[in-house]
Write a protein that binds this ligand. Structure first.
Ligand code: SF4
Length: 464
């Protein structure tokens, strides 16, 4: 479609150049946002989309035709960063047809690497950290029109920036991600997050509930509340349990989830709300990281195995059908064979429904870099430990899944499956089920009988 052209006329740092003829920007500008990493980043990409849409951009599904490409990055592991560096190189090809293209790198990796990412050979025009997304659309246009030079870095932390008033532009999925908290006050020694996202900031509960109402109005029936340690949320007198209850009672909501909680903040009031509110899913992510007290101390996780197991017991006593998931790091510096055996033992005792398991990845700038060099575990050892942990978890997971065969579960249909004629959806306990269906059913609920399992997912059929 032909595009009308307008002359942007705005003051700014380069207003003295207004006598020069500036490039004109098309009315319809296209933004492509590619997201890496955790759910917080999905929420942040929706905020960036809002900033770009406010500036007149439409979001598109591929980079070919885009006027701005935003790569929203993750810094949690070295691998994730390497992938993004490769991807940035690949995206340069789109400049050939569009010399005014702006390539922006945002998120945790942009914050961590800072101006290193702006080297002349990188091809990156703009970097923005997690507190700098509000002005993204304006800055992209300023670069495109010549009001600002390429090579901008927006990395300052802003203790007051919670993106209120910027309505997330949701394009993906049947669940709405609603960020309730940004940043983290913990200092787990392996984790880069507090250094790239800054200290914890919590949004006003009224604004959160209003955003949930808006999401319902837009057709969402499931929301996931997001925060780095979401259950440490507190705003004035409102703690996380109370917030969760308010959200659970919003008219039209059928499912509420939250991620990622810290085990220490799973208090009785939270468990009570989870047990009492029918819309809060019987599902809890409890990142344990290690089953050894010695390693937990080194990680500064601030709980012991005993305390963690007590939390699991309190949750299961009140919500017997709760599905638990976890994160585990193997090969943390100083982890001995007996520390690792303790992790395996913990996995056998808790029997998590799901687990995200990783080898320790050294992150510059984290406290763990100061541990003695001789404590670092070689790749072969940590690789072997990871393999045996995964094997154990898969065994347990399959047993749990097989015990559910024959049950009927309510499934929210998320998308078309790879196998023709099938759709994929999730149960209340966050388990994935494939069953016959079509794209017109996405976003609807179905009762599905679980017929078989691969170990990780189910196959099912519609039931009355
Ligand atoms: S609680 Fe620990 S692991 Fe989680 S984001 Fe904060 S520092 Fe990182």
């Amino acid at each position: 479609m032909p595009q009308r052209l307008i002359q942007l006329n705005r003051s700014g740092p380069r207003a003295d150049a207004a006598v020069q003829v500036k490039p004109v920007l098309p009315v319809t500008r296209r933004a492509f946002i590619e997201t890496y990493g955790c759910q917080m980043n999905i929420g942040d990409s929706e905020i960036m989309a809002a900033s770009l849409v406010d500036q007149g951009y439409v979001t598109v599904d591929s980079p070919e035709m885009a006027d701005v490409i935003v790569v929203n990055t993750c810094a949690i592991r070295e691998n994730a960063e390497r992938r993004v560096i490769g991807r940035i190189g690949h995206l340069q090809q789109y400049r050939e047809h569009n010399p005014h293209l702006v390539l922006a790198v945002t998120g945790c990796m942009a914050q961590r690497l800072g101006e290193e990412l702006l080297g002349t050979s990188s091809g990156v025009d703009l970097i923005a950290g997690p507190d700098a997304y509000r002005g993204l659309g304006r800055l992209v246009d300023d670069i495109r029109s010549g009001d600002q030079t390429r090579g901008q870095a927006l990395l300052a932390f802003d203790a007051d920036e919670n993106y209120e008033g910027l309505a997330a532009v949701r394009r993906e999925g049947v669940a709405a991600w609603v960020t309730v908290q940004r940043g983290c006050n913990h200092r787990c020694t392996f984790c880069i997050v507090p250094y790239v996202r800054g200290p914890e900031k919590n949004r006003d509960p009224l604004a959160i509930v209003s955003e949930v109402r808006d999401a319902v109005r837009d057709g969402y029936t499931e929301v996931s509340l997001l925060g780095q340690t979401v259950n440490s949320y507190r705003h004035g007198s409102v703690g996380f349990a109370e917030l969760l209850r308010k959200v659970a009672r919003v008219d039209g909501i059928r499912r509420v989830r939250f991620t990622s909680p810290h085990p220490n903040d799973v208090d009785d009031s939270l468990i009570e709300v989870m047990a009492e509110e029918s819309t809060v899913c019987a599902q809890l992510h409890l990142p344990v990281q290690s089953g050894s007290d010695r390693i937990l101390r080194r990680m500064v996780r601030r709980y012991t195995v005993e305390k963690f197991l007590d939390t699991v017991k309190r949750v299961r006593d009140s919500i017997p059908d709760v599905a638990l998931s976890t994160d585990v790091i193997v090969g943390f510096p100083g982890e001995t064979e007996s520390d690792f055996a303790a992790t395996l033992e913990l996995m056998r005792r808790v029997r998590f429904d799901d687990a995200y398991m990783y080898r320790y990845s050294l992150r510059d700038g984290t406290p763990a870099t100061r541990l003695p060099a001789e404590d670092f575990i070689d790749a072969a050892t940590s690789g072997r430990r990871l393999e045996s942990l995964i094997a154990l978890h898969r065994l347990i997971q399959r047993e749990i899944q097989e015990s559910e065969i024959g049950a009927v579960r309510e499934v929210l249909i998320e998308r078309v499956a790879r196998s023709p004629g099938d759709v994929l959806g999730r149960t209340e306990s966050n388990k994935v089920v494939a069953f016959p269906g079509g794209p017109d059913q996405i976003g609807t609920y179905a009762n599905v009988r679980l017929l078989s399992t691969t170990g990780a997912t189910f196959r099912g059929e519609r039931s009355a």
